[in-house]
Design a binder for this molecule. Structure first.
Ligand SMILES: C[S@@+](CC[C@H](N)C(=O)[O-])C[C@H]1O[C@@H](n2cnc3c(N)ncnc32)[C@H](O)[C@@H]1O
Length: 259
């Protein structure tokens, strides 16, 4: 529980819970008025808690999961360009760059403090020459000749407007690239009383993700419990014609491949 590299590491979640508890008055206001509580307002315990809560899974399991997708594995092994949207503390980009020594990665995130931490993490892991982080929306960046792989890890449900971001991801991948989204492994439909993953995700949703999403004008208000049918609707609105659920046993997470 206290070894920050172990898959069982839990201390980071205590930081997230404290950060959310400190916002309870603002959260109650948001639910009463239909407003929100922005990610930045939760402070560094939330942003760093998120980074270090997910990091053990990414450094231990992500390369194996991508290695199980044969065509993607082959393409990444041959020296590819990857864009990682909503890259947070950077551990998805860094873990894949370490697994594939010829891979070049651009990470994009709107949270400036997360981008700064991600840059420092890439430097300390010795991959800063191949992994760059940008504090900008992917929609505003110049993508050169496009990317072989475009990913979004656990962030589509956070976005107030997921469709324009998915549309930008489709353009970044062009006709030849692959788009993979990892998000919460919730049930296709709610059935009371909900399993443990549903309960945990509703906890995150009411305390963090939904109020964060709702803090932006015109939000679609997804929340953490993004069901596959909701995601498929966003993907189709963004111009994708196919959504495949990959056969990866990702625990909390489900992997979608978009075509
Ligand atoms: C829950 S965190 C996930 C971070 C990281 N992918 C991970 O799995 O640990 C969601 C991230 O998405 C970022 N984000 C939200 N909307 C975004 C957008 N439109 N473009 C880029 N990043 C965005 C947030 O700043 C935040 O860092």
């Amino acid at each position: 529980m206290l070894d920050r590299d172990a898959p069982t590491y839990l201390a980071a979640y205590a930081r997230m819970l404290v950060a959310a508890a400190q916002q309870l008055p603002a959260l109650m206001d948001a639910y009463r008025t239909g407003g929100g509580v922005g990610w930045a307002q939760y402070g560094s315990d939330m942003s760093e808690g998120q980074e270090f809560g997910n990091r053990p899974t990414f450094i231990n399991a992500l390369a194996e999961w991508f290695g199980s997708i044969p065509d993607v594995h082959e393409r990444l092994s041959g020296g590819a360009r990857m864009a990682d949207v909503g890259s947070g503390g950077g551990w998805t980009s860094i873990s894949l760059a370490k697994a594939y020594p010829a891979l070049m990665v651009d990470g994009f995130d709107l949270d400036v403090s997360a981008v700064e931490r991600a840059r420092a993490n890439a430097a300390s892991e010795g991959v800063a020459d191949r992994v760059q982080f940008h504090a900008t929306s992917p929609a505003d960046a110049d993508h050169g000749d496009g990317y072989d792989l475009v990913t979004a890890f656990e962030c589509i449900h956070d976005m107030p407007q997921p469709v324009p971001v998915l549309r930008a991801m489709r353009e970044m991948a062009g006709s030849d690239g692959t788009v993979i989204v990892m998000d919460e492994n919730v049930q296709p439909e709610f059935v009371a009383p909900g399993d443990e993953i549903e309960r945990l995700m509703y906890g995150f949703s009411t305390l963090v993700c939904l109020p964060d999403g709702m803090s932006h004008e015109g939000s679609v208000g997804t929340g953490t419990v993004m069901r596959p049918s909701t995601f498929e609707g966003y993907a189709r609105d963004a111009g994708f014609s196919g959504v495949e659920i990959l056969p990866i046993d990702g625990g909390f997470w489900r992997f979608y491949r978009l075509s």
